[in-house]
Design a protein around this ligand. Structure first.
Ligand code: HEM
Length: 222
């Protein structure tokens, strides 16, 4: 077996792939939030951004394929590692003790699976525009109006907010774990590494939540 295949099949190789693809997905989330926050600049800024994204279709498709590849590897290797863990301990612990485990760390699989379901709905809602006739009738760059129509429904806004809280929790534990997986360990900075996940997870989740809240409260209007 080649070195590459051996590494892929090892538990540390799998953890490395989950960590590195997770970091790549965080990069997308930061870029995606930055683009969407242009709603606070105005209709034209958001339209220009949407138009800019489509100016170079080859680059857009390369990024999309990379994004899907990272998501598939992230989820696939997480499932593989979980199954291997279960196989190594078929009986399980007599009593689960969660001495230092946070809620975010205990719910990684649940928050990850809910996020997956959310992303499928989100793509149908805003990328393929198949869930709402009013959104489907908009032009390709009328993203400002699309967000206002989309978040005018309290049920849809509530769903986005709940999913975003789960995203924040998932990132909070995920980002902190990356340092451990990559072996970045320095007693001087470990406390900072542990805080970085919850801090970034909270900032990103709050950033996304401002958008449905701004529409629901009438801060952003048509
Ligand atoms: C309030 C929160 C959010 C808003 C307002 C928002 C808005 C949008 C919009 C407008 C699009 C369509 C872009 C276009 O076709 O021009 C989009 C696509 C997308 N969003 Fe979001 N989004 C939000 C949260 C998220 C989150 C939390 C994730 C991931 C965890 C996410 C992942 C995606 C993906 C993967 C696409 C498809 C990108 C592509 O077509 O290449 N979004 N989003």
């Amino acid at each position: 077996m080649s070195w590459f295949k051996r590494t892929l099949n090892s538990s540390i190789g799998g953890k490395l792939i989950v960590a590195v693809t997770g970091l790549g997905l965080v990069g997308f989330i930061i870029a995606h939030l930055s683009g969407n926050l242009l709603i606070f600049v105005g209709r034209e800024a958001l339209a220009e951004y949407a138009e800019g994204l489509r100016k170079f279709p080859a680059i857009l498709w390369a990024l999309r394929i990379g994004l899907v590849g990272m998501a598939v590897a992230h989820i696939g290797f997480t499932i593989k590692l979980n199954l291997a863990n279960k196989a190594a301990r078929p009986v399980g612990y007599a009593k689960k003790t969660y001495r230092r485990a946070t809620l975010a760390s205990r719910t990684m699989v649940l928050s990850g699976l809910t996020l997956l379901a959310y992303i499928v709905y989100h793509l149908l809602h805003f990328t393929w525009r198949t869930t709402d006739a009013e959104i489907a009738a908009l032009g390709p760059y009328e993203v400002y109006d699309m967000l206002i129509i989309g978040f005018s429904s309290p049920a849809i806004s509530a769903f986005y907010i709940i999913a975003t809280v789960l995203l924040g929790m998932h990132l909070s534990h995920g980002i902190s774990s990356v340092f451990q997986t990559l072996g970045i360990n320095n007693p001087k900075y470990n406390k900072l590494f542990r805080c970085l996940g919850p801090a970034l997870g909270t900032v990103l989740a709050l950033g996304f939540i401002t958008i449905p809240v701004a529409v629901m409260t009438g801060f952003v209007t048509r």
